[in-house]
Design a protein around this ligand. Structure first.
Ligand code: FRU
Length: 413
């Protein structure tokens, strides 16, 4: 039905999601989980990395960025208050909070939503944060624009600090042709730019979360979106309200500020409404496209876990893609706590970090908000299958190598 040829995540594939499969399950997080900061909610998190996806340390410090908001704000209201905060540690897990990354003046809209932070290729200490500049009005998200803000990183024996990040540049936004915009659906999603160099053509691209451009509820789900389901399967009419896609844009300028939108890589029309935080790993000649999704965003008639989902291509970034493990689920909440964590992010080293969302106290049934990092899990990628193996400490996000640095000391003033 769309005028482009994207791979599809079908209802038939999503029916294979199995919360009870231990090879795709997070460890159960108990009610007594550790909290990183008692003054902050923190959720979506990403490491300082190179443009090829490897987490890097700077002058002996591991560095991560998280969406943060004051813990006095009700947990479910945090999104409209989100700012990007940064943390540093020597050991990749004892994180010290450094403050907000962006100056007050840098974001012209209400909130700073997810993205990623790279060391500018070839630079000594130039840092670029790609993020979603999000404007709210009383009905919700009114504008969502992929943006970049730039600055420099410094460190000494006491810690890490940043300068710059006092302005941002808008990069791209939903066009209503490939990617649904506000006019087509006031519950649209467009966010989470992930910038990388494609090893096949050496060009720079950005992945992002979007919805397929269709006026909400106006198109019907077709056979291609349903896939080979059992004969008596009913597809509820309202399933067509869900239209997730993973989008891609190509970079046109060496300073990474000019971009053109390309058609989506993957669509989930009639299957799920959100494929968030997309990112990519190139391994053993295969292209692994990862994203996160939620039980609550599945289309009518389907359920699943909150967690990391993945798709694999044997022909490079433009696909075609098939779901990993047959279903797409790579690492979800355990059957006992299916929504315990989300915003999973898998690094080239196979480590998957995520944040604690909501833990249901098995005794009282009360929901305990998390707002801190979950245990890190190693996932092995083997062809079209994945296997969860080791479990590490809460918030373990170690760098893979040290960024080459200027030999002179950095000065704070
Ligand atoms: C889920 C997510 C991201 C978004 C952020 C907003 O991880 O919805 O897509 O950028 O949280 O809080």
């Amino acid at each position: 039905m769309f005028n482009f040829n994207a791979s599809r995540w079908t209802r038939a594939q999503a029916m294979k999601v199995n919360k009870f499969d231990l090879t795709t399950s997070m460890p159960e997080i108990g009610t007594n989980f550790p909290i990183m900061r008692d003054d902050l909610w923190l959720w979506d998190t990403w490491p300082l990395r190179d443009i090829n996806g490897n987490p890097v340390s700077f002058k002996g410090w591991n560095v991560i960025f998280s969406l943060v908001a004051d813990r006095n704000i009700p947990w479910n209201d945090r999104h409209s208050h989100a700012r990007i905060g940064y943390f540093y540690s020597k050991d990749g897990k004892s994180w010290v909070y450094g403050g907000h990354l962006l100056q007050e003046s840098a974001n012209t809209r209400t909130a700073e939503w997810s993205g990623g932070t790279i060391m500018a290729p070839g630079s000594r200490n130039q840092v670029e944060t790609f993020f979603t500049s999000t404007l709210f009005d009383k009905n919700g998200v009114r504008e969502a624009v992929a943006a970049v803000t730039k600055g420099r990183i410094y460190a000494d024996s006491e810690g890490v600090w940043f300068k710059g990040f006092d302005q941002s540049t808008d990069l791209f936004q939903a066009d209503g042709l490939f990617y649904q915009n506000y006019a087509e659906n006031n519950l649209w999603n467009f966010r989470d730019p992930h910038v990388f160099i494609n090893p096949e053509d050496g060009e720079t691209y950005a992945l992002f979360e979007a919805n397929v451009a269709t006026v909400r509820g106006e198109d019907d789900i077709g056979e291609d979106e349903i896939g080979p389901v059992p004969a008596n399967t009913v597809v509820p009419k309202d399933a067509n309200l869900c239209s997730a896609s993973i989008g891609i844009a190509r970079c046109l300028s060496p300073d990474r500020t000019e971009w053109e939108l390309l058609p989506p890589l993957l669509t989930a029309f009639g299957v799920n409404d959100q494929m968030e935080r997309p990112h990519v790993i190139f391994q053993n000649g295969l292209t692994y496209l990862f994203t996160i999704s939620h039980d609550s965003t599945y289309a009518d008639g389907l359920t699943g876990s909150d967690g990391l989902y993945g798709f694999v291509s044997e022909n490079g970034i433009f696909g075609p893609y098939e779901p990993l493990n047959g279903s797409g689920l790579v690492l979800g909440g355990p059957a006992s706590q299916p929504t315990e964590a989300y915003a999973h992010y898998i690094m080239n080293n196979g480590l998957v970090e995520s944040f604690i969302n909501e833990i249901i106290d098995p005794k009282s049934g009360k929901v305990i908000a998390g707002g801190s990092l979950a245990p890190t899990v190693r996932v092995e990628l083997q062809g079209h299958e994945t296997f969860a193996t080791e479990v590490f400490d809460y918030g373990y996000i170690p760098a893979s190598y040290a960024w080459p640095v200027w030999p002179f000391p950095d000065r704070r003033k």
